[in-house]
Ligand binder design. Structure first.
Ligand code: 3PG
Ligand code: MG
Length: 373
């Protein structure tokens, strides 16, 4: 596969960056906190992650213009998704850097409209994609600009791709993936692809109930996807790799009391976290691994009664001697909540993007930088 041009390639292509206007597509789609009319950034991780590329370009005299989407405003201006809170934080971290208005205020962004892409690069000398978290979207600002101006991957995009593809193609073994979150249907592709490369998989979160149902367990009122039960059955039957599923569950009984169950939930009960036995088992699997990928919480960790499973996995991921990669906003937020975000080797800025890169080995944003249609 052709390699993706780097910032150094962009510099040689443009001769010098001094005085050049460079557009950086960043992923400043940060979590927001609303308090009446005021909106604050809940976590500026994605803004700080773009700073190395911004600094590199500015040291060489470039004038930097950044552009991002924020939330899903559906192609029309919506003050709820104004970039203003991001602009304020960016001005503190990198004074003098321009930031355009929310790209998704224009239907041309998600519609991948060529005219919108051309408008974005008007007066622009070069384009840098540093929006790893959005590079699985074939949207105008991601795939359009490389058709019109010299383009490159920023430092963040480059590092994400190096780490995730390195893990996908040449992991130190044993390589274990721990997956959680709500929807099996979102993650089927990656589960199938991971089963080719991992040595073991551990599955928690709400999606474990679809697997437990596939094994014939009654799951009470737990969230699950009935139309995915057969697929889960097929996956379990087809693989020779160990798939660790919960052996106990914490949740609410029919009267709303917190209880620990086995894998057969009584009528009216709802599973909301993996149980302590499962947390210990998954923790051992993580401690014994030399490469760990973790995506998705093990339970409803925002509620302290159902946080123990996710907390146990976070601690195991932080403590294992293996190389650790955490992807996805919820798992990253859980790590931060437990104060463990500095104890993993790589926290990815992308959830969907990291899963798609692991699944397919490529992303629309990378193909565009390689000059592929
Ligand atoms: C994300 O936060 O997942 C990325 O910024 C992409 O946003 P999207 O899921 O709304 O396309
Ligand atoms: Mg997403």
């Amino acid at each position: 596969m052709k390699t993706v041009p780097t910032l150094e390639d962009l510099e040689s292509k443009l001769g010098s960056l001094d005085g050049k206007r460079i557009l950086i597509r960043t992923d400043f789609n940060v979590p927001l906190e609303r308090d009446g009319d005021a909106t604050r950034i809940a976590d500026d991780f994605r803004i700080r992650a773009a700073l190395p590329t911004i600094a590199w370009l500015r040291e060489r005299g470039a004038h930097v213009v950044t552009a991002s989407h924020l939330g899903r405003p559906k192609g029309t201006p919506d003050p709820k998704y104004s970039m203003e809170p991001v602009r304020v934080r960016l001005a503190e971290l990198a004074p003098g850097v321009e930031l355009l208005e929310n790209l998704r205020y224009d239907p041309g962004e998600e519609g991948n409209d060529d005219a919108f892409a051309r408008k974005l690069v008007e007066g622009i000398d070069g384009y840098v994609n540093d929006a790893f978290g959005a590079s699985h979207r074939a949207h105008a600002s991601i795939v359009g600009p490389p058709k019109y101006v010299p383009s490159a991957a920023g430092r963040l995009l480059q590092r994400e791709v190096d780490v995730l593809l390195g893990m996908r193609n040449d992991p130190r073994r044993p390589f274990v993936a721990v997956l959680g979150g709500a929807k099996v249907s979102d993650k089927l592709g990656v589960i199938e692809a991971l089963l080719d490369t991992v040595d073991a998989l551990a599955i928690g979160g709400a999606m474990c109930f679809t697997f437990l149902a596939a094994q014939g367990n009654p799951i009470g009122e737990s969230l699950f996807e009935p139309d995915q039960v057969d697929t889960c059955k097929r996956l379990l039957a087809a693989t020779s790799k160990p798939i660790h599923l919960p052996t106990d569950i914490v949740g609410l009984d029919a009267n709303g009391n917190v209880q620990t169950f086995g894998t057969r939930l009584p009528d009216g009960a709802k599973g909301l976290d993996i149980g302590p036995g499962t947390a210990a088992e998954f923790g051992d699997v993580v401690m014994d691994a030399r490469t760990v990928f973790w995506n998705g919480p093990m339970g409803m960790f925002e509620d302290d009664r159902f946080a123990a499973g996710t907390r146990a996995i976070a601690h195991a991921v932080a403590e294992t001697k293996g190389f650790t990669v955490v992807g996805g906003g919820d798992s990253a937020a859980a790590l931060a909540q437990f104060g463990l975000d500095d104890d993993v080797d790589h926290v990815s800025t992308g959830g969907g993007a990291s899963l798609e890169l692991l699944e397919r080995g490529d992303l629309p944003g990378l193909a565009a930088l390689r000059g592929e249609p």
